[in-house]
Design a protein around this ligand. Sequence first.
Ligand SMILES: Cc1cc2nc3c(=O)[nH]c(=O)nc-3n(C[C@H](O)[C@H](O)[C@H](O)COP(=O)(O)OP(=O)(O)OC[C@H]3O[C@@H](n4cnc5c(N)ncnc54)[C@H](O)[C@@H]3O)c2cc1C
Length: 429
Amino acid sequence: MKLNRKNLSQQYHEFKSDVIVIGGGVIGLCSALFLARSGRRVTLIESGELGKGCSEMNAGLVATSHVVPLAAPGVIGQGLRWLLDASSPFYIKPRFSFELIAWLLQFRSACNQQKVKQSIVVLHELLQASYALFEQLSTDAITDFDFCQRGLLLLYLTEKSLHHGVEEAETVRATGLHAELLDAKGIANLEPFCQITAAGGVHYPQDGHLHPGEFVDAIKKALVKLPVTIQTQTQVSGFETQAGRIAKVLTSAGVFSAEEVVLAGGSWSPGLAKMLPLKLLVQPGKGYSVALEKSRKQPSVPSILTEARVAVTPLANELRIAGTMALSGLNRSISQRRVAAMLQAVPRYYPEIKIENMPAREAFVGLRPCTPDGLPIVGRSRSISNLVVATGHAMLGVTLAPVTGKLVTELINSQTPSLDVAPLSPDRF
Ligand SMILES: Cc1cc2nc3c(=O)[nH]c(=O)nc-3n(C[C@H](O)[C@H](O)[C@H](O)COP(=O)(O)OP(=O)(O)OC[C@H]3O[C@@H](n4cnc5c(N)ncnc54)[C@H](O)[C@@H]3O)c2cc1C
């Protein structure tokens, strides 16, 4: 028997269920939802409050068009240029960390045409399956939330970046999705009530968006009606393993045991996995969101301001601005410089939107769990037989949450997964 932390089982009552899900972000929540609906008794353990990690305050895009992973040819060169600019949208904080070095080496090896092509096929299948589940969930009596299907508009200020956008649209079209190339007139037709400055745009009509906070609330409400014990303010601090299985999950509120465990701890997953021990190559990718007050001049279609890497999402109560990707470790400090750079990008594309008297709330900071190859980790670990890992969704965590919940459930219930999970294996690095 291996004991990773002090044996709490002698001090506390032991809580039992069929499946323990660690982490109450969108991935843990959707895993708990699908598991409970398949008839499993679930305990969801969250160190803080549900959704408060990265899952409530993001841009809320359900972006089926995002088939090209971050690790793509050309990204390294661009990244190195951005690295030198403190207000750039992509930033790697120089520091000595074995995990970061290992991650960057894998990232570099993923930046080739062949791997990108393979990843596009995998991501496309996942994204399509997840989108279909969003359509079902949003009309399901138990999970009630608004799912808006107005597409996603990518805006390009310069001809050079528009050229890249057109190339990317071709890649997306090759998967069978629609992509409409728009000139200034086409953009104005799409957004007649809001002035836009751009050399051109690409509209992906099949994309959707939602209010991520409402989505989290809808899943929470559904879980209350299902056989799920929700254990918030409960920090997982270690594991007891026996014969290659997790026998006990040790937490600040006592000892929990179950036949199966799902690790959905977002950017904290590598630290938790280390205690098993299991190596997960996931780096936190820091991003921010701020809210602008609603105005009559605001867009109705979500957009990405491509040169600035900023997402603009019209929500019922705010215009949400989100962006930046900083690999700066597990910290949630806020760089006002980056937040300002993100906000200043908005009037360059939407000249009628004034940012002077805004934002309407404090900046939110979230840590996206990023894998080096841009694919999530969803699968059983080879070394711990009753563990399913579900993390590494980076910029697509909301988008891929339903399909992840479904795949996790199929794996736990020993069913053949509805999609091939081999490329998502936790042991692939
Ligand atoms: C600015 C920004 C914009 C984004 N926009 C989009 C978008 O438009 N569309 C999209 O699809 N995705 C978007 N994302 C990405 C998305 O938000 C994430 O991929 C997703 O929220 C990750 O969910 P998660 O459940 O894996 O992690 P998290 O939401 O971080 O949840 C992990 C949970 O585990 C808990 N935990 C950690 N350690 C422990 C422990 N020891 N014990 C118990 N619990 C623990 C944490 O408290 C946390 O609640 C965006 C992210 C950011 C930052």
